[in-house]
Design a protein around this ligand. Structure first.
Ligand code: ZN
Length: 149
């Protein structure tokens, strides 16, 4: 399986799955969402601290899952600090397109572009997109639960 996915497991993904950034529960978060991907068994909880202008001040996550879901959550938390709700939604659309069809503007996507290879492995698309579903759900309410099914 590792050979088959070698394209995917680039250095960035391995690094973020082994030592995920912002990997902790956030006391004082005002938005949270639980995400579950039953196909793979990934479970993550996403924590957001949003200000009165709907700008993300802080973001963290905890949970257990495969390397792809963990790395995706880690890179997401690194990418979203300081972004507005609208900016996050636009980024979600781009990430979703990237992991489903492989198209990306790597300059704009920065490190998130490492997930472009995921589109070749349909079973992994849900792993990569799970934290994004969770962040969108969290922004919409105070306590949310989402599943990729
Ligand atoms: Zn997974």
């Amino acid at each position: 399986m590792f050979d088959e996915l070698s394209d995917l497991y680039q250095e960035v993904i391995l690094d973020h799955s082994r030592s995920p950034r912002n990997f902790h529960k956030m006391e004082g978060a005002n938005h949270t969402a639980k995400g579950h991907n039953p196909l793979c068994g990934d479970e993550i909880t996403l924590y957001l601290l949003m200000d009165e202008n709907d700008v993300i001040q802080d973001v963290s996550f905890e949970g257990a899952g495969c390397a792809i879901s963990k790395a995706s959550a880690s890179l997401l938390t690194s990418a979203l600090k300081g972004k507005s709700k609208q900016e996050v939604k636009e980024l979600f659309d781009k990430v979703h397109a990237m992991v489903t069809n492989g198209e990306t503007d790597s300059e704009e996507m920065g490190k998130l572009a490492v997930f472009a290879g995921v589109h070749k492995f349909p079973a992994r698309v849900k792993c990569a997109i799970l934290p994004w579903h969770a962040v969108i759900a969290a922004m919409e309410g105070e306590k949310q639960e989402v599943t990729t099914e």
